[in-house]
Design a protein around this ligand. Structure first.
Ligand SMILES: [Zn+2]
Ligand SMILES: [Zn+2]
Length: 323
């Protein structure tokens, strides 16, 4: 198996594109795909300032790294869910990357506000940890973005995440969610940041290969609460289809992107009467949660400056190497 670009021994086979690449050419290929998506779908404008949602996993750390290499200078936000060792190690990896990039990282700590991690909090609320985590993360990341003056929130959701979510929403005809998962969602004034997913068309396997080849130190374990999640089953099923019919996932998700464009503009979300952030009810979920279980402290987001500023090489010079 030879690299399609340079003819040397290939390191990775990419069946979805019917190609194989060596390590160097794969890195260029992957970075180029991401920067092209940013340009093609107008994810980040010149006037934007970007905050990356960083979990310590391969996707978010690779995304943070690539955006900075491509000149989209961005800082990170980490949500500490209070999952013991997993959260501690995850934040450590996030900080390592912050230092490598010479960028700032913000942290919000759930135990600091509730004296409980996501596990205990979900028990007292009788709610599944993943759905509670989703509500809190969406709120806190948006708040961090707005409060600290960023205009765009970037997340590391990849092709496999999107394909499996889409598959699940179709399977159960969850139409209310169906058209809310595009590659970018516009922001609203001073209370809702624009959300983007630059890895929308990049597979999990590609993101993992990129992280390893770029020597990105990330958490290998999945979140302990994700075990048994339906999305993992959908990912497995889609990967089985992909083996016999390469490029099915990317066609599925690209077809979705084309259809989502045809949807009407969404109405402005209502605002929570207390905090002013988006809410479907008069008082938002998080305000109610803080009222019931909070320690009385205000929601505080810490900011960590990088240990040292490391110059990150620019990728623009390399970007034209792939034919
Ligand atoms: Zn090559
Ligand atoms: Zn609120």
């Amino acid at each position: 198996m030879k690299c399609r670009v340079c003819g040397k021994e290939a390191n990775i086979r990419l069946s979805a594109y019917n190609t194989a690449l060596c390590a160097d050419d794969f890195l260029t290929f992957f970075e180029r795909r991401v920067t092209r998506a940013v340009q093609k779908y107008h994810l980040i404008d010149q006037t934007d300032s970007t905050l990356v949602a960083v979990s310590g996993g391969k996707d978010s750390l690779s995304l943070w790294y690539i955006l900075n290499r491509a000149g989209y200078l961005s800082d990170g936000i980490y949500i500490d869910l209070g999952i013991d060792e997993y959260s501690r190690v995850s934040f450590e990896k996030a900080r390592l990357m912050a230092d490598r990039l010479g960028r700032r990282i913000y942290r919000f700590s759930l135990p600091a506000l509730f004296q409980k991690g996501i596990g205990d909090l979900s028990k007292v609320m009788r709610r599944a940890p993943c759905s509670l985590c989703g509500v809190l993360k969406r709120y806190l990341m948006n708040k961090a973005c707005i409060d600290a003056g960023y205009t765009v929130l970037a997340t590391g959701h990849n092709l496999d995440d999107e394909a499996s979510a889409l598959f699940g929403n179709l399977l159960y005809w969850k139409e209310a969610y169906l058209y809310k998962k595009s590659i970018s969602l516009e922001g609203r004034g001073d209370y809702l940041a624009k959300k983007i997913k630059p890895f929308f068309l990049c597979s999990e396997r590609e993101a993992a290969a990129y992280a390893i080849l770029s020597r990105i130190d990330y958490v290998y374990e999945e979140c302990p609460y994700s075990v048994g999640a339906k999305t993992l089953l959908y990912k497995e099923l889609l990967n089985k289809i992909e083996v016999t019919s390469p490029a099915t996932k990317i066609r599925f998700v690209k077809g979705y992107l084309e259809r989502v464009k045809e949807q009407e503009a969404r109405p402005d979300p209502e605002r929570c009467a207390r905090c002013g952030y988006p809410s479907y009810t008069e008082t938002c979920n998080v305000c109610r949660l803080v009222e019931r279980f909070g320690t009385g402290e205000a929601i505080r987001i810490e900011c960590f400056e990088p240990a040292q500023a490391t110059a990150t090489p620019d990728i623009s010079a390399k970007a034209d190497a792939v034919v």
